[in-house]
Design a protein around this ligand. Structure first.
Ligand SMILES: Nc1ncnc2c1ncn2[C@@H]1O[C@H](COP(=O)(O)OP(=O)(O)OP(=O)(O)O)[C@@H](O)[C@H]1O
Ligand SMILES: [Mg+2]
Length: 209
């Protein structure tokens, strides 16, 4: 089975939007293993991807863990008297390219011992990094790439979200020795149609193992 893991340089950088575009571009399926914040958004990122990518709910695999509070997974779990274990996670069987979305960034705790990057290592998928396009992104993106490579994770590419910024793109490609597979400008409105257009501009050739 093939797939990619979409992480981000931070929370709220556009992982879900990038994931929806990748699901669309790869005609794939989607899995969010750990979802926080269902008190505010009951269907979580899965609902957003189903809508934006325009795929039936059968292609959206259910999260392994969902928590009500919009906090890091360890904190959200603790509030419910629950905990997350790395052994809880196995890649679900899927007959399409699977786009897996993390929570927050690579060093977000899942419990007292384990970080998101440990889950990424366990799943073993090539990684796409979603990052903001603007000021500050070079530092955040290069740090994220360094952390991934320190674990020997394969970096498949970077997706930049926000106003197009050619200099930041070039700097990330140069210093990060990485391919920016696409830039998703601010979509206003953000709809399945505008997302589908943006997805067409992603260079997904060779992305999957
Ligand atoms: N290119 C874009 N055009 C319009 N809106 C965008 C774009 N990228 C991101 N957004 C908006 O920015 C917000 C954050 O994006 P998103 O939910 O994809 O981030 P995230 O990294 O998945 O966050 P989380 O860490 O909560 O999973 C959302 O409201 C989303 O609709
Ligand atoms: Mg998200």
């Amino acid at each position: 089975m093939s797939g990619i893991f979409v992480t981000g340089t931070d929370t709220d950088v556009g992982k879900t939007v990038a994931s929806a575009a990748l699901v669309r571009a790869l005609d794939g399926a989607y899995w969010k293993p750990v979802q926080s914040g269902t008190a505010d958004l009951p269907e979580g990122d899965s609902g957003i991807v189903a809508h934006l990518a325009g795929v039936p709910f059968g292609r959206i695999l259910p999260p392994r863990h969902s928590f009500a509070a919009p906090l890091s997974p360890d904190q959200a779990a603790a509030l419910e008297g629950r905990s997350i274990a790395l052994d809880d996670f196995t890649l679900p069987a899927c007959d399409r390219p699977l786009v897996v979305e993390g929570a927050g960034g690579v060093l977000v705790p899942l419990n007292d011992q384990v970080l998101m990057i440990d889950l990424m290592e366990r799943l073993g998928l090539p990684v796409v990094v979603a990052a903001r396009s603007g000021l500050g992104t070079i530092n955040h993106t290069l740090l994220t790439l360094q952390a991934l490579r320190a674990r020997d994770l394969t970096v498949a590419g970077v997706v930049l979200l926000g106003p197009l910024n050619a200099r930041n793109r070039t700097a990330i490609e140069h210093f990060g020795a990485v391919r920016v597979i696409g830039e998703i400008p601010p979509l206003a409105p953000l709809t399945p149609e505008t997302l589908a257009n943006a997805a067409r501009d992603l260079d997904v050739k060779g992305l999957l193992p």
